[in-house]
Every structure is written in structure tokens, then in C-alpha cells.
Write a protein that binds this ligand. Structure first.
Ligand SMILES: Nc1ncnc2c1ncn2[C@@H]1O[C@H](COP(=O)(O)OP(=O)(O)OP(=O)(O)O)[C@@H](O)[C@H]1O
Ligand SMILES: [Mg+2]
Length: 465
């Protein structure tokens, strides 16, 4: 890479002398008579270094320096000064000059200074590039890919912020497809361990013995087929994070070994004698009710408490219908791009159908439904005909009619009222069927102005709103 040096001096002889010297050192050179001309030239071309006299007409070296320091902070300025004005040069150093030389200029010294200053500029430039890269990565890993504006999701975001930087074990719970793996990613990415690995193990996919050697590694000949020594996932995660997905599926003997890693940070490879020590943060996930597994004696209670230092629970999608439009829009944009389709959005009727469906497969199911609709759509807006029948025909089968063009909350009001009526006002059953908490149901009954109809004798349920 060739650097361009700008020489600023009102004395023509000095300018051309310095220019020749710099050109002989292999640099490109531009010249300016004073500070003003120098600034004009800097607008036109990229200058890597400035050599400037202090005393010049129009814009002095001092003033030029100030402008350069504030507008081009990575461009080094070398100041030239006559005898007797060294004080001014020292002042210039304080104001951000790279260095100064007294006239007559020692060209060898100048050559050295220029070389060093340009080296520093390169570093500064690399640093800037790195910083841009880091801030880009930080934006990526900030968990911003987890979308949600509902209150329960806000709580999830808060918890992630709060526990990510710690070493605490986190148990992530929630139905299938609610985003447990995304949360595990975010926890690692926002932790100080993020320059080491996040190692993921899908515990349900491996048989008992395979899982143990997967987790802890094995020595040569530990079992038939163990041809060589192999490192386990805990070793690979040293300094980082291990994510044990579907932790509820592991057998008792593996549970005991994991407990030991948590308590003593050590383990042995399968078939090995040597005790290995690791520093690993453990994140686990399950869609089972682990507490219940403990009660049934299928999961070690001591391990449960060690894993569940912090619990992040992801609510089912049907418990946060206000996230559905947001997620649907994101998935629509993503899958339209991926499939090269020009789909702009959802027709109101289609959006309504998505909003009232139960989503047993949660966010994953929503993504799949949106993707298939995007692929099937003949128009730039998705119609109910593009959606699977079990999503659009449900309310008609149940005998609820939701008119076209009503808002999401109006649709919700219609659904809640119809279900309450059909179930004789039984709020427990209704909340169960709608997949919302009883408190939520009570709140909505109030919100939609149906309290006088349905909440008169609510004392029996012991729920206050
Ligand atoms: N809040 C969210 N914002 C954006 N995408 C999400 C969100 N939640 C889930 N997803 C997407 O839904 C899909 C399922 O998420 P993920 O794999 O994290 O679920 P899970 O809870 O681990 O499910 P399982 O229990 O079946 O393993 C992924 O494609 C994920 O990117
Ligand atoms: Mg998962």
C-alpha cells in the first residue's frame, strides 16, 4: 500500500525539497501553501500524513492541527518549526501533533518519524475496523434475534441480561419450539466466556453409553470400537459453556457424573484413570416437567437443584398472542427472501386465523406455517387459502363466526365470549381450553367489558384480578 503525504509550507523551496525526499522514500506527495489550501486538499483525496510548518499565512499550522485532530483523528501531523519557536512546537504536541522537527530539517530523522507515524496510523485503522466488527457482532449476539414484545418475553430478556454474565447454571424450560436453544445461545454470547466455545449436546439423541463417552470422552480401548483416545464435550467446552439439551432424558448414572462435574469440576474419561479438571458453565433445557421427574424418582433431586440455580421459562406462544404478528412478520420477510418470493404481508383474515390458533408447536410451528404460506401464495399478500385448513377452519367448526376486518383484540373478545358461553361461564375450563392462565382470563374479561356478565360469582375460584 502506498501512502500519500501532504506537505504544507509557505516556502516553495522547503516544499519541493521535502517532496523530493519523501518521493525518494516511495511515498506519494501533495503540496499546499497554507492551512486553508491543505484542508481543501484533504476533502479531495485521502491523506495519510501531514508535514506542516507552524507559521503560515491564512491558516496557521496550529489552526490546521486543530482541524485535523478533530476531523481526521487518525491522520498524524508532524510539525516543522524554526529555531526559537520550540515552545510553540511543544504546545502543538500537547494539541495532538505526532512530533516536531526544527528547521533546517534533518531528512533522515524526518524519514524515521514518517515511517513510525504511518505505522501507528495503520494500527489505528485496523483497530477501527475491529471495533466496527465487534459492534456488528455484539448487535448480532445481543439476543436481538429473539423477538418478542409481550410482558412474559420482556421478563425473559431481563433474566438473560441479568444472569448471562454470571457463572450460574441455568435451566431453560418451555414447550417444544418456544425458543429454548435461542436463549442458550444468547446466554453464552452475552457472557465473558463468549470467546471460548458453546458446546451443544442433544442428550435424547444418544444411547446411555454413547452419551457418557460423548460427554466425558474415552481412552483407547475403553469399549469395543474405541479405537483411539477421544476428548469429551466437557473438555471441549473448557473455559466456555456446555448446553445439555433435553436433560430430562438422561439416565441416573450419567446424572451422577454430571453432578460431580458441577460439584468438583472434575471427571474421568470412560475407561480412564486420570482425573481431568474443567471450568465449564452448564446450561440445560427440557420440555419435561423436571420437578415432576424428581418426584417420580426419575431425576436426581440434588442434580435438579444444581442445574436449576436460575430458571428461565419460555411461555407457550398461545400465552403471548401479542407476539404472533411480530414473529409472523419476521418469518414472512425471512422466508420470502430465502425462497425468492415477493410476499408483502398477510391479509387481515389470515392474520386473524394465525392469532386465534393454539400453536401446539409454538414458534417453530408458526415459522413452518408462514414459510409454507409464502411458498404457496399466488399473490403479494397471504390469504387464508394459503394457510393449512386446520388453522383456518377451526373456528367455523366450533361455530364461532368472526367477521372480516375486525381487530385482533375484537377477535379475542369474540372467542373468549363464545367459549365462556359454551362452557356455561366456567372460567377454569375456558382458560384451560384457550391456553391462558386464569388470571389472564379474568383480566381480559374485565378489559373487554364482560365482567358484569361473567365475573359476578367469581369468588368460588379464588382468583383476583
Ligand atoms: N422469540 C423468538 N424469536 C424469533 N425466533 C424464534 C423465537 N422463538 C423461537 N424461534 C425460532 O423457532 C424455532 C424453534 O426454536 P428453538 O429451537 O430454540 O426451540 P426449542 O425450545 O429449543 O424447541 P425444542 O424443545 O423442540 O428443541 C427456531 O427456528 C427459532 O429460531
Ligand atoms: Mg431445542
Amino acid at each position: 500500500m502506498t501512502f500519500r503525504i501532504l506537505i504544507v509550507d509557505d516556502e516553495k523551496n522547503i516544499r519541493s525539497g521535502l517532496s523530493r525526499a519523501m518521493e525518494m522514500d516511495g511515498y506519494l506527495v501533495s503540496q499546499a501553501e497554507d492551512g486553508q489550501e491543505a484542508l481543501k486538499m484533504m476533502l479531495k483525496m485521502e491523506i495519510d500524513l501531514i508535514i506542516a510548518d507552524l507559521r503560515m499565512p491564512k491558516l496557521s499550522g496550529e489552526e490546521l492541527l486543530k482541524k485535523v485532530v478533530s476531523s481526521y483523528p487518525t491522520v498524524p501531523v508532524i510539525i516543522l518549526t524554526g529555531h526559537g519557536t520550540v515552545d510553540n512546537a511543544v504546545q502543538a504536541m500537547r494539541n495532538g501533533a505526532y512530533d516536531f522537527l526544527t528547521k533546517p530539517v534533518n531528512l533522515d530523522r524526518l524519514g524515521l518519524l514518517v515511517k513510525r507515524a504511518l505505522g501507528r496510523r495503520e494500527l489505528a485503522r485496523k483497530h477501527q475496523e475491529l471495533e466496527a466488527e465487534i459492534s456488528r457482532l455484539e448487535k448480532q449476539k445481543s439476543g436481538s434475534e429473539i423477538l418478542g414484545k409481550s410482558a412474559p418475553m420482556h421478563r425473559v430478556f431481563e433474566l438473560i441480561e441479568q444472569v448471562a454474565p454470571t457463572r450460574a447454571s441455568v435451566l431453560i424450560t418451555g414447550e417444544s419450539g418456544t425458543g429454548k436453544e435461542l436463549v442458550a445461545n444468547a446466554l453464552h454470547a452475552r457472557s465473558p466466556r463468549n470467546d471460548a466455545s458453546l458446546v451443544k449436546v442433544h442428550c435424547a439423541a444418544l444411547s446411555e453409553s454413547l452419551l457418557e463417552s460423548e460427554l466425558f470422552g474415552h481412552e483407547k480401548g475403553a469399549f469395543t470400537g474405541a479405537a483411539g483416545q477421544r476428548k469429551g464435550r466437557f473438555e471441549l467446552a473448557d473455559g466456555g459453556t456446555i448446553f445439555l439439551d433435553e436433560i430430562g432424558e438422561i439416565d441416573k448414572s450419567t446424572q451422577l457424573k454430571i453432578l460431580r462435574v458441577l460439584q468438583e469440576k472434575s471427571f474421568e474419561r470412560v475407561g480412564g484413570e486420570k482425573t481431568l479438571t474443567v471450568d465449564v458453565r452448564i446450561i440445560t433445557a427440557t420440555n419435561r416437567n423436571l420437578k415432576e421427574e424428581v418426584e417420580k424418582g426419575r431425576f436426581r433431586e440434588d442434580l435438579y437443584y444444581r442445574l436449576n440455580v436460575v430458571n428461565i421459562h419460555l411461555p407457550a406462544l398461545r400465552e403471548r398472542p401479542e407476539d404472533i404478528p411480530l414473529l409472523a412478520a419476521r418469518f414472512l420477510k425471512e422466508t420470502a427472501e430465502e425462497n425468492g418470493r415477493d410476499v408483502q404481508g398477510l391479509e387481515p383474515k389470515a392474520a386473524m386465523a394465525l392469532g386465534s390458533y393454539r400453536w401446539p408447536g409454538n414458534v417453530r410451528e408458526l415459522r413452518n406455517v408462514v414459510e409454507s404460506a409464502v411458498v404457496l401464495s399466488k399473490d403479494s399478500f397471504i390469504t387464508p387459502e394459503d394457510l393449512p385448513p386446520h388453522i383456518t377452519q377451526r373456528s367455523e367448526e366450533d361455530g364461532i363466526r368472526i367477521p372480516l376486518g375486525v381487530s385482533m383484540s375484537e377477535a379475542e373478545r369474540i372467542i373468549i365470549r363464545a367459549n365462556l358461553n359454551a362452557l356455561g361461564g366456567n372460567k377454569s375450563r375456558t382458560s384451560e381450553i384457550l391456553g391462558i392462565g386464569r388470571k389472564t382470563l379474568h383480566r381480559k374479561i374485565h378489559e373487554y367489558g364482560m365482567a358484569s356478565e361473567f365475573l359476578k360469582n367469581s369468588g368460588d375460584e379464588g382468583v383476583s384480578s
